[in-house]
Design a protein around this ligand. Structure first.
Ligand code: IPE
Ligand code: IPE
Ligand code: MG
Length: 241
């Protein structure tokens, strides 16, 4: 762990948890076994992130495009979400985890929505780490939705008033800083409609590890990789101290 700089831990890490299905297939198991096994990776990653002082951990759990999967897999994922949130709720709460979501939870099955709302309510005053679950999430819909709300709330808005800051205020993430680090597992090097607005200056870390196998050492390796980057934000290297 000597390579880790404790003074340069990203405050927000976002993860595209990918590879559950391929991991399960390689063991001759059902895709749902892969999703269920991914819960342990979530537990370990959340624990490690909190231990190292990460303030926001955003996990991409279900995209709007994932509704195109076989119904059996969708049902399994929704049930897994309910089971995981219900069984982990006390532990999350006792460990100072605040749960939030981004995405349209109104579009989820009623029992799923209910367990999420209950967990959000119970953990709302916790300050240890914020776990942001992206569920029924699409970045393009998030941006379109921001414009819908801007027009509804500000009927006579002028074009000059439409600024990046205003748009950001109407995104699901209005109270969350942009992620400094985005991790995607399973060897896929794409963004898949995730946080398109928020990742304007995010550092990307791609790993071949399948999500169910992702553990503490992989998160720390991603943070160490991040710490090697020079974040220039458009400036020259010489301007950065
Ligand atoms: C990620 O694993 C979980 C979700 C998208 C819900 P996948 O289910 O996409 O696994 P692969 O990509 O098929 O291996
Ligand atoms: C992205 O993974 C969505 C989640 C991790 C929830 P997918 O497996 O759905 O992405 P694509 O379809 O391979 O791009
Ligand atoms: Mg996938």
């Amino acid at each position: 762990m000597s390579a880790l700089d404790y003074n340069n831990i990203p405050s927000h890490i976002a993860i595209i948890m990918d590879g559950n299905g391929r991991w399960a297939k390689e063991q001759g198991k059902d895709r749902l076994f892969g999703h269920a096994s991914g819960v342990e990776a979530v537990r370990d990653t959340l624990k490690t992130a909190k231990e190292f002082g990460v303030k926001f951990l955003t996990l991409y759990a279900f995209s709007t495009e994932n509704w195109s999967r076989p119904q059996k897999e969708i049902d399994g994922l929704m049930n897994l979400l309910i089971d995981a949130i219900t069984s982990e709720l006390d532990s999350l709460d006792n460990n100072g985890v605040r749960l939030m979501t981004i995405g349209d939870i109104n579009g989820l099955p009623e029992n799923c929505k209910h367990s999420i709302e209950k967990a959000i309510e119970k953990t709302k005053n916790n300050t240890g780490i914020t776990l942001v679950l992206a569920i029924n999430y699409s970045a393009r819909i998030e941006i379109a939705r921001a414009f819908h709300f801007i027009l509804l709330n500000k009927k006579n808005i002028s074009t000059a008033q439409i600024t990046p800051e205003l748009i950001a205020n109407y995104l699901y993430t209005n109270a969350i800083p942009d992620p400094e680090l985005l991790i995607r597992t399973s060897g896929e090097n794409r963004v898949s409609n995730f946080m398109l607005w928020q990742i304007a200056y995010t550092e990307f870390h791609f790993t071949n590890i399948y999500w169910p196998e992702f553990r503490r050492e992989h998160l720390l390796a991603a943070i160490i990789d991040y710490q090697k980057r020079e974040r220039r934000f458009g400036k020259t290297s010489e301007q950065i101290v």
